[in-house]
Design a protein around this ligand. Structure first.
Ligand code: SF4
Ligand code: SF4
Length: 680
């Protein structure tokens, strides 16, 4: 019961931790605390020249905009734009640390080049060099952002490097997302901005019906009630105190139809960057312009509000319009064009035009009344953004459907084995057959074919990502590894680390099968005294803590220390590696011929990481007899990993759930207690 309660508390804390890191604000907070000091790496003129393939050095100017970056030019000629993936989308790699790539986009909307300028990825430990990764990154040159999958024009995207799927997958997605945002932000490709190309003739009534022109009216009686006693007096009546119309005139279908072609073209030519044109027309008693603007330069009666920010209308860009192109337009007394915009103003998002009427009461008191006209540019005038390349993990799951299915099938089979272990352990031959068959499948199919070897590097990357901003996409890029971890995390609640170490670890399987062959060939087995055995366990826990601790200081060095794991050499790279790595694996395997699972017992940092929460498992599935450890110590000597102590207790942190002791316990030919009972 106590254990169950502990488990619940542990699960609750994990969930709360997960919820904390999943929430945008919290993750942002964690990121802000951790990554504030990550300085932006600006492109030098040399880097810009190389990204755009220029012979002479261009000018590079910083651009602070919604998508920040740098513009690159030579003389008056715009060469293109550069952005940092770290600055634009906070690209984070497998290590949980920033991956920063400078991405250059040419004016025609193609990627001109990309350069990796910062990373802490374990590529060296994967047998790759920086040059391999640089070549991969440079391979995005020429990709058409209107067609990132390469079905239309441009070269194919470079293939993901299989030994570094997550790293190269993160790089791919970061380059494409940043380049797309940069191209949209600079208007190099259509995307979420105002449609400034298409024109259709529309009447005033049609523009009103589609919401391109909006209006609001305050009657004389309403204004009189809102400003009682105003001087001069506002008469009663249903006529307009002010009838106000507004339209964002940038799209030709709106602007050209309202203003006529000549006025529209004049207006469009006068627009500065980030500026837009607002048409305001009114009639009634009250003027929307007033007269104060002639002295102050600011139209005090009108203002534009968006997301709580005020965008004043000034005489800069103001044009008085005397005549509209439409015959069916309302009988305006005043027609004005204003330039509206500036940093932060989003013309495609809703905004409000506020008109404030002011009068003085007979008592001398100031009276005012505001009319709000809400405006939203209809979707018909907003360009659809170009299709976004699907994140890599969509593709990898599609491509590895069969692999994922087979891993899930192995996990289901293992669940059945463990659920029906009582029946299995009474049938020794069946247990041997299933165990050898399963371990062979784990080694060959899961390990060598699917590359499904879990590693302490993944544990460290996961823990680091919890601190720096967890992202599912990063972990989903490897479907087989993700499926394995999901099953192992669930299985550990019920059975402890044995669900992985005992059955699904390819290197564990390799050690156990090679030891089995050695014993069949008569290789003598060395028994390590329990007192020494226990002390040697400390090595793997120390290694795990050292790798974890080092990862906070330097991920790169932590990953070099994680080379103590022979998995990459023996499983992922199938021994095709430099001889010192191969020699290390051979030493471990040879030691394992004399001491079964030598590496698992004393050295494995992943085993240590999985052992730490082992005591929290809900059930104890393994049986002991009162005589175990007192009258008989057979299981202790036969245990695959030496998890049984001299008084017969099983250490749940060490047990890998191979079930060997359970088979012995139920075998009347082997268990001395059963043999004695069977005597007449
Ligand atoms: S202890 Fe390490 S090598 Fe052994 S089975 Fe577990 S993870 Fe694999
Ligand atoms: S022999 Fe028993 S105690 Fe030892 S690892 Fe196997 S199941 Fe666990």
């Amino acid at each position: 019961m106590m254990r169950f309660a502990l488990l619940m508390v542990f699960s609750f804390l994990c969930l709360m931790g997960g919820a904390y890191v999943s929430s945008g604000a919290s993750a942002q907070g964690a990121r802000a605390a951790t990554w504030d000091e990550v300085a932006l790496i600006a492109p030098t003129r040399e880097v810009a020249a190389s990204l755009f393939g220029l012979k002479s050095l261009p000018n590079v100017v910083r651009v602070e905009a919604a998508v920040p970056g740098w513009s690159v030019s030579q003389g008056a000629k715009n060469i293109g734009h550069i952005a940092s993936t770290w600055e634009v989308i906070q690209s984070v790699g497998y290590s949980g640390r920033p991956v920063d790539i400078l991405v250059a986009v040419a004016p025609d909307g193609t990627i001109s080049g990309a350069r990796l300028v910062r990373h802490s990825e374990p590529i060296l430990t994967l047998g790759l060099s920086d040059q391999d990764i640089e070549l991969f990154v440079a391979g995005f040159s020429g990709v058409d952002l209107l067609d990132p999958e390469g079905t239309r024009t441009g070269p194919d995207m470079p293939d993901i490097i299989s030994r570094a799927t997550v790293t190269t997958g993160v790089i791919r997605d970061s380059i494409l997302r940043t380049a797309r945002l940069l191209a949209i932000g600079r208007g190099l490709v259509p995307g979420g901005g105002i449609d400034r190309l298409n024109f259709e003739p529309r009447s005033w009534a049609e523009l009103e019906t589609m919401g391109a022109v909006r209006s609001s009216t305050v009657t004389l009686s309403e204004a009189r009630a809102a400003m009682p006693g105003a001087k001069p007096e506002i008469p009663e009546g249903t006529g307009p105190f002010v009838a106000l119309w507004a339209a964002l005139a940038d799209p030709p279908t709106i602007g050209r139809n309202i203003l006529g072609e000549q006025q529209y073209n004049r207006m469009a030519a006068a627009l500065g960057p980030d500026e837009h044109v607002l048409f305001v027309g009114s009639h009634g008693l009250y003027s929307h312009r007033g007269t104060k603007w002639r002295r102050s330069g600011v139209f005090d009666r009108l203002t534009v509000m968006q997301d709580g920010v005020e965008y004043p209308l000034t005489d800069k860009g103001y044009t008085r319009i005397d005549k509209l192109a439409h015959e069916d337009a309302p009988p305006f007394k005043e027609r004005s064009l204003f330039h509206v915009g500036g940093p932060g103003f989003e013309p495609t998002q809703p905004f409000t035009l506020m008109l404030t009427a002011e009068r003085t009461a007979g008592s001398g008191e100031d009276l005012s009344y505001s009319v709000a006209l809400d405006y939203q540019l209809p979707a018909a005038f907003v360009q659809a953004p170009p299709p976004e390349a699907a994140p890599l993990w969509h593709r990898t799951w599609e491509e590895k459907k069969f692999a994922v299915f087979s891993v899930a099938a192995m996990q289901i089979a293992l669940t059945l084995i463990l659920l029906f272990q009582e029946q299995l352990v009474r049938r020794k031959r069946l247990w041997i057959g299933i165990r050898v068959g399963f371990l062979s499948l784990t080694l060959v199919w899961l390990g060598w074919v699917l590359n499904g070897q879990l590693s302490v590097v993944q544990v460290i990357a996961f823990l680091q990502s919890l601190l720096t901003g967890f992202r599912w996409e990063t972990f989903l890029i490897e479907p087989v590894i993700f499926t394995l971890w999901a099953g192992v995390a669930l299985g550990m609640l019920f059975w402890g680390r044995g669900v992985f170490c005992g059955w699904l670890c390819p290197f564990g399987a390799l050690q156990e099968l090679s030891n089995l062959a050695a014993r069949r060939l008569g290789v003598p087995q060395i028994t390590v005294p329990h007192a020494l055995h226990e002390r040697l366990w400390m090595i793997k826990y120390t290694l795990f803590m050292a790798i974890l601790g080092l990862s906070f200081y330097s991920m790169r060095e932590a990953l070099i220390l994680a080379e103590v794991e022979p998995f990459k050499t023996a499983i992922s790279m199938r021994m095709m590696r430099a001889w010192p790595f191969v020699a290390f694996v051979l030493v471990l395997l040879i030691a394992g011929l004399f001491i079964e699972r030598f590496y698992c017992r004393f050295l494995c940092p992943l085993g240590a990481a999985l052992a730490i929460p082992a005591k929290l498992k809900i059930f104890d599935w393994l049986h002991r007899r009162p005589q175990c450890g007192r009258e008989c110590r057979l299981c202790e000597t036969k245990c695959t990993v030496g998890a049984i102590d001299p008084i017969g207790r099983i250490n749940p942190n060490e047990c890998i759930l191979c079930l060997r002791c359970q088979v012995i316990l139920n075998d009347p030919q082997t268990c001395p207690v059963l043999k004695r009972r069977a005597r007449p």
